[in-house]
Design a protein around this ligand. Sequence first.
Ligand SMILES: [Zn+2]
Length: 260
Amino acid sequence: MNLFDIGVNLTHKSFQKDRQEVINRAVEAGVDKIVLTGTSLRGSQEALKLAKESKCLYSTAGVHPHDAKTFTSKTISELRKLLKDDCCISVGECGLDFNRNFSPQDKQIECFTEHIHLANELKLPMFLHERDAFEDFYKILTATKNKEIKAVVHCFTGKKEHMQAYLDIGCYIGITGWICDERRGIELKNMLKDIPADRLMLETDAPFLTPRDMRPKPAKGRNEPAFLKHITIVAAAAIGKSPEQLAEETYQNSMSFFNL
Ligand SMILES: [Zn+2]
């Protein structure tokens, strides 16, 4: 079973000491393609550097809405440089997060809009983050993004009608170990079967969102890309297909999404 993890924060400090072992365990678990999420200019530079060291790694380049306050007129030209590299395959993570508002909303909107222009220009797929900001996010995305530019709403945990709206405009949906949470993840788990087979992709979002039902519990509660196998098994059971079939479908979706 080959697996493709579309979102891992491998530059996170919690991986500093054992990054190579984490990659090795992922490969052993069948995860042979991993996209490292860039969430700031510095983080995107580090992610690309790391991606270039290993055959199974790729990266994205973007500024997370939490970091939108660091976004300046120069940021886009720096991101553009990174995206010229064959290992840097997607614009993002970018979007809107009105849940915590770590950056002012008008700054988030400016930053998000500029990322969409960059994706349009470079004709690259987008790795998107939306939390508690559906109305503005949807409006900006539909008004600004060229139709042929692919986009994934990563770590989707929203409402069913929002998921449907994203699917209707051609978006892919990224699902994490959130579905393994017996308290908060039930609703999302039940929605999985409503995602067309050719629009679903899987991700760990490691080191965050450790699947809550893993036994034994992971050390320090840290999530890692090897756990994508567990998420695949849980998702497949919820949809009613074999893990092998779901792995195959989501792998192919991810390959074509990222133009690999
Ligand atoms: Zn995110």
